[in-house]
Write a protein that binds this ligand. Structure first.
Ligand code: FSO
Ligand code: SF4
Length: 527
């Protein structure tokens, strides 16, 4: 196997051998390559998207999302997807299926050609592939809420097609930037889907205490699954707790109205094997990040949507959560309320500071900047992970001066989201904008501030200090670059799939720099 798509890749170069660091086996990795190769074949058969149907886009999005890190570990479901992709291709190009002298026009692509390509070409194609994998997750969340965008869909085919072509830097580099452009559209679509379905998030304080009695923990990013579970558990004496990236759900009026949506359990994804070990409740994974379940809690893990793990119970498209509900009742939860704290010892965290809230007090914020009460904004955002070095982000936030504001989003915030940094002008100094896809919200906040001050986003007193782990971070980073945002600090390590030449390009054109120490970076960014 060869896989180097995430930040924890072996030796910072690539996972090879029998299994990846994430627990993905060589067989699953091989099948994921076959699935990606089949999707390239499907993109070849779409003829610029002209013959595509909504079902085909759904399949392409599902196929890409399935290969995101910590989503699907199941050979059977990946094989089934490959079969569906081949069937769809045969439907689009029926003559190819019966042709005795294949011209290769709609053939599956051999991913080994990509992994063994010239390092700069491999780097650019990896940025495109991993970027659209991440973007597919967002397109999928929007799709299940009934929202889709043809331009975004057509770009999936364009990007996959490019991966299969023998193109050079000149052709590939613009497509890398286009991933950023189309991902902005895709995140906007998801923002619209989430806010039109569940309302504009409002600030909320979320308890970390788990009340006595039966409960279910819901992980992942899919708000639609959470809503369905809330409906099906209403009045059944079962409480619901969010986990990981589901935390921002508490801010949405149409979700928070359920009185049995009680609080948040646990911290970021990489702590799940420890935190779930003695949990007297089932856990439902709606998306990544799923880690191979330990025997101590494997009987309590449920998956749904594109998430799958061999032998784990899967809730299918009918979204009948009865087995999860039965499990919750059977396990019974804690016999007394159980107190938990965040990493820094607090018993609550806050969320819900999306664009609606922050821009709702824009005048207050602008005034505070003008008067000097707010000297600088930091966006400390991105994924968490297991690799050492991520304490940087906790320390960075702790050391930000009292006249600065910290916006955050995605699961990296669990390192510091229970810190009390105080307030500036009635606003908390630390504000959680939401999930990783709510980077869209953070971008809207930055753009609105830049407009108010009559300057560009790069001229704002704003610095971005990002942490990455998987492929959604790749598409978000490309969006920030597409918007021309400069001097981003990135850590904890740089992606293995960025070749030295491509890194030079990013440094020269965008001033991207690896994180150093909180002290040094703070000094440089506040200069
Ligand atoms: Fe974290 Fe996992 Fe949202 Fe990623 S839960 S690491 S960026 O999947 O998607 O932030
Ligand atoms: Fe390795 Fe990450 Fe790929 Fe898993 S997803 S095999 S950890 S590079």
């Amino acid at each position: 196997m060869f896989c180097f798509q995430c930040e924890q890749t072996a030796s910072c170069t690539g996972c090879t051998g029998k299994a990846g660091v994430c627990g993905k086996t060589a067989d699953v990795a091989q099948l994921q390559d076959e699935l990606t190769g089949a999707l390239v074949g499907l993109s070849r058969a779409t003829d610029g998207g002209m013959q595509a149907t909504p079902e085909m886009w759904r399949l392409m999005i599902e196929g890409l999302f399935t290969t995101v890190t910590n989503v699907n570990f199941n050979e059977n479901t990946i094989r089934e997807l490959i079969g569906r992709v081949h069937a769809e291709k045969a439907r689009l190009a029926p003559d190819c299926a019966g042709c005795a002298a294949p011209c290769g026009r709609t053939s599956d692509y051999d991913m080994n050609l990509l992994w063994s390509a010239d390092e700069d070409i491999r780097s650019l194609k990896s940025l495109i592939l991993f970027g659209v994998r991440g973007m597919a997750a967002y397109a999928h969340h929007a799709l299940v809420l009934g929202y889709t965008d043809d331009e975004v869909n057509r770009f999936f085919a364009k990007a996959l097609f490019a991966i299969g072509e023998d193109w050079g830097m000149e052709e590939l580099l613009p497509i890398v930037m286009e991933v950023g452009e189309k991902n902005l559209k895709c995140m906007a679509l998801l923002d619209k889907a989430n806010t039109e379905s569940y309302g504009t998030p409002v600030p909320v304080t979320v308890p970390l205490t788990v009340e006595k009695g039966p409960f279910i923990v819901v992980s992942g990013h899919d708000l639609h699954d959470l809503k369905l579970l809330l409906e099906q558990t209403e009045g059944k004496g079962i409480n619901i707790y969010t986990h990981g990236e589901m935390l921002p759900a508490h801010g949405y009026p149409e979700l928070k109205k359920y009185s049995h949506l009680k609080g948040n359990f646990g911290t970021a994804w990489q702590n799940q094997q420890k935190e779930f070990a003695e949990l007297p409740a089932p856990v439902l994974f709606t998306t990544n990040c799923l880690m191979p379940p330990k025997a101590s809690y494997a009987d309590r893990v449920f998956t749904t949507s594109v998430v799958s793990y061999p032998e784990m119970m899967h809730i299918g498209a009918d979204k009948d959560f009865a087995p999860v509900i039965e499990k919750a009742l059977e396990l019974g939860g804690y016999s007394e309320d159980k107190s938990f704290t965040g990493i820094n010892g607090s018993s609550t965290v806050m969320t819900g500071f999306a664009r609606g809230t922050v821009l709702g007090v824009a005048d207050q914020v602008i005034e505070a900047v003008k008067s000097g009460a707010i000297r600088h904004f930091f966006l400390v955002a991105g994924c968490d992970g297991a690799r050492p070095g991520r304490n940087y982000y906790t320390e960075f936030v702790k050391q930000t001066p009292a006249d600065t504001v910290v916006l955050t989003l995605a699961c990296g915030k669990y390192r510091f989201n229970d810190l009390d940094l105080g307030t500036i002008g009635g606003l908390p100094r630390l504000m959680d904008v939401g999930q990783c896809n709510d980077a869209y919200s953070a971008i809207q906040i930055a753009v609105a501030l830049a407009d108010a001050f009559g300057c560009g986003v790069n001229d704002l007193p704003l610095s971005m200090v990002l942490s990455w782990y998987e492929q959604k971070a790749v598409c978000i980073l490309l969006t920030l670059l597409y918007l021309g945002i400069k001097n981003i600090r990135l850590g904890p390590t740089l992606p293995a799939f960025i070749s030295p030449n491509i890194l030079n390009f990013l440094v020269e054109n965008y001033g991207i720099a690896p994180i150093t120490t909180p002290e040094e970076d703070l000094k440089a960014l506040l200069k």
